[in-house]
Design a protein around this ligand. Structure first.
Ligand SMILES: [Zn+2]
Length: 399
């Protein structure tokens, strides 16, 4: 049985195009089997969208499906929307629909865990932008698609960070090439930086400046296996597409079969998409320390909020000392709030071993979606030079 929230590649594909009006604005969407609400815009989504009056700041579309909510919000409120979905077909569709509704972003970050062929996917996005038939994604058969496949298209530059460090010279070279007009008749120029986490700090600086001055004809496609290592300033300038090959429940089951406890498998499946790395990290002292501190904080938060503040500002600040540790702490914290959101919309939670803590949090965090977005925003603002006590003060204020 396939559900829209599972990643069933074997399900027969039957793409349909639907046209809908939302608040009298026309939108077209491609939908497919295995995607939620495939026959048309469902009543709930329509009601939600038509009741939105204003949205400021960044938006996170969890379970974006074929993308109607994210695309509507991006187009209507001119804001940045992160579309997150575990279903590869949904991601293809949301990309298609972005193009169809003229919301193709000029900078994408494809984020996925190891094992996902991100560079192939990045090249597919490039083909989709340039394809002669583009209906709306790449046909893979036209001369342009074939030339890209053969690495033979003049206005596409691919820098592969898995083979060499991405250096400032690479970025400068791209800039120098792309200030000129495009060589090919399409007029569009694309660069792919595969594994942007493997760029030197100086290269990242140049990249940031380049991303800040978007050129109508230039498209950036970045990829990463480790979003925690990508500068938040880069994250905030790109449309992030999360690609997850393995459904989270499978990661959890694989990890449990591999000897990890249910508790750790559930918790760490929010960070790792493969049971091997998950198991390694579950055995580390760093993880045990962060987990204990986080659980103590959350347990107190459900009961004595003042004491929870104390735990956070004294114990946690004195023991969590690096940028990496802060990132893990925040990711795990976000996952608890994510589960709280699931509970609120009466969906099955993932952190089943922590049901007591999650129940306890319901009173303390009455609007988990709001809290989630604020923490996500705080996470975006952190970098290697982070002032940790200040960040935790801010977190306390948010929660
Ligand atoms: Zn083509």
């Amino acid at each position: 049985m396939s559900y829209y929230f599972t990643n069933d590649e074997s399900l027969k594909s039957e793409v349909k195009k639907i046209s809908v009006k939302i608040n009298n604005l026309p939108f077209s969407f491609y939908t497919d089997n295995g995607v939620f609400s495939k026959k048309g815009l469902d009543f709930g989504t329509r009601t939600l969208l038509e009741s939105l009056t204003d949205i400021k700041g960044n938006v996170l579309d969890i379970g974006c499906g074929y993308g109607p909510i994210g695309i509507y919000i991006a187009k209507t409120f001119k804001t940045v929307v992160d579309m997150v979905d575990i279903n590869k077909r949904s991601l293809d569709l949301s990309l298609k629909n972005a193009k169809l509704n003229d919301r193709f972003s000029h900078a994408y970050l494809l984020s996925g865990s190891s094992g996902i062929p991100l560079i192939d996917y990045a090249i597919f996005v490039a083909k989709s932008i340039l394809c002669e038939n583009g209906d709306p994604l790449a046909c893979l058969n036209c001369l342009t698609c074939l030339r890209i496949e053969e690495n033979n298209y003049a206005d596409l530059i691919v820098i592969d960070g898995s083979k060499e460090k991405i250096k400032k010279q690479h970025i400068d070279e791209i800039e120098r090439t792309f200030v000129k007009t495009a060589l090919e008749n399409k007029g569009k120029m694309i660069y792919i930086l595969h594994l942007v986490e493997n760029a030197t700090p100086i290269a990242l600086n140049s990249l940031l400046k380049f991303l800040e001055e978007p050129n109508q004809n230039v498209y950036a496609i970045l990829t990463t296996y480790n979003e925690n290592k990508v500068l938040p300033t880069i994250l905030s300038r790109t449309q992030i597409l999360h690609l997850s090959a393995i459904p989270r429940n499978d990661v959890i089951n694989n990890a449990i079969n591999n000897g990890v406890s249910n508790e750790d498998a559930e918790l760490l499946s929010s960070i790792y998409n493969d049971d091997v790395n998950l198991k390694d990290f579950s055995l580390s002292e760093t993880y045990k320390k962060i987990k204990n501190l986080l659980l103590e904080f959350l347990e107190e938060l459900g009961g004595n909020k003042a004491y929870a503040s104390f735990v956070l500002s004294k114990k946690i600040v004195s023991q969590i000392r690096s940028y990496e540790q802060v990132s893990v702490f925040i990711d795990l914290l976000l996952d608890f709030i994510y589960n709280l959101m699931l509970k609120k919309i009466k969906q099955e939670i993932i952190l089943k071993s922590y049901v007591k803590i999650i129940n306890g949090l319901e009173m303390a965090i009455p609007n988990p979606q709001q809290t989630f977005l604020k923490i996500l925003e705080a996470k975006r603002s952190i970098d290697v030079n982070i002032n940790i006590p200040l960040l935790f003060d801010h977190l306390l204020y948010i929660i």
